[in-house]
Design a protein around this ligand. Structure first.
Ligand code: UTP
Length: 303
């Protein structure tokens, strides 16, 4: 048994709990997010957060904790039963609609906790301490929709089973963009898997140790809570999760998983648009007409 055995994800452990922080202000999407949570913005035919919850379910997660804040009640309502609406649909014989909305309420057990002030992602995760209660757990950011052949969290679980430790999802970004991400340094231990030796939050391109950027999926161990508590606020006065993970090295192993798939950052306008177009083009019932519309529009604009 390794000397880290008490703090790593044990071989073959399945992650049953996930934390989804949704307490951010979503300022990059204003005015869209003035009176509605960005997590509820539509991506094709469902709110962004549903993609993330469904990814967690696909990975075997049995309950999620949402860390909410001011103005996020629409998320709670969405995953709850809507008694009046269900009654109305039943009375009018709209059974397909009724079953569709009931399916959402029955997707998974959802718990909520408030982050009283938006003090950063690290502080949001700290609110999950009681819920996590000693288990390894996943964190999924609802801003990041990841579309791939296998759900990103499943790919990360496979890495955790081969390389017990914490796991962060990474993707390659252009060098000039490193200052928008947490960036890792590490050595390759398998195709697409790095043994991480350092994490740096938003480094300038000249100082970035690589172009491997952390995106919104993590497998963490409960030791992260003490690490967050001892982490000084970084940029913007926010407590950064990346800094807390860095503080756990080298005692706790951290692996980076370069996932197969495309990540859409729906927290900015371009990412939200791209997610809507790309995911609609994957839907047989929408793809044909949308493709036609896009090519006609491009022709009209550039003729
Ligand atoms: P972001 O920085 O992308 O979200 O945080 P934001 O603060 O909502 O975005 P902008 O910059 O104002 O547009 C990443 C994730 O962490 C959550 C956010 O909800 C998002 O899912 N978060 C961030 C919190 O839950 N609490 C915080 O204090 C900060």
């Amino acid at each position: 048994m390794s000397r880290h055995a008490a703090v790593v994800v044990e071989k073959n452990v399945v992650i049953h709990k996930a934390v989804i922080p949704v307490a951010g202000m979503g300022t990059r999407l204003l005015p869209l997010t003035k009176s509605q949570p960005k997590e509820m913005l539509p991506v094709v035919d469902k709110p962004a957060i549903q993609y993330v919850v469904e990814e967690a379910i696909d990975a075997g997660v049995q309950s999620v904790l949402m860390v909410t804040g001011r103005g996020k009640r629409a998320i709670e309502d969405y995953f709850d039963h809507s008694v009046e609406l269900e009654h109305e649909l039943e009375a009018h014989g709209k059974l397909d609609d009724l079953h569709a909305i009931q399916r959402i309420s029955n997707l998974i057990q959802v718990y909520y906790v408030r982050q009283k002030l938006p003090r950063g992602l690290g502080d949001a995760i700290l609110q999950a301490r009681a819920y996590v209660d000693g288990d390894a757990f996943a964190v999924l950011l609802a801003d990041d929709i990841i579309d791939g052949p296998t759900p990103c969290l499943v790919q990360m679980e496979e890495v955790a089973h081969r390389f017990p430790g914490m796991v962060v999802a990474v993707m390659q970004v252009p060098r000039q963009d490193t200052s928008s991400y947490g960036i890792i340094e590490g050595t390759v231990v398998a195709p697409g898997v790095w043994d991480v030796s350092r994490l740096v939050e938003k480094p300038d391109p000249a100082e970035a140790p690589s172009n491997l950027a952390i995106v919104g999926r993590y497998i963490l161990v409960p030791g992260i809570f003490d690490a967050i508590e001892h982490t000084e606020p970084g940029r913007n006065g926010e407590v950064q999760l990346t800094d807390a993970i860095q503080a756990m090295l080298p005692k706790t192993k951290v692996y980076a998983c370069e996932f197969k798939g495309i990540r859409y950052d729906i927290g900015n306008q371009m990412g939200l648009l791209k997610a809507n177009i790309a995911l609609a083009l994957e839907r047989p019932e929408l793809a044909g007409e949308l493709r036609e519309f896009l090519s006609e529009t491009l022709e009209t604009l550039f003729d």
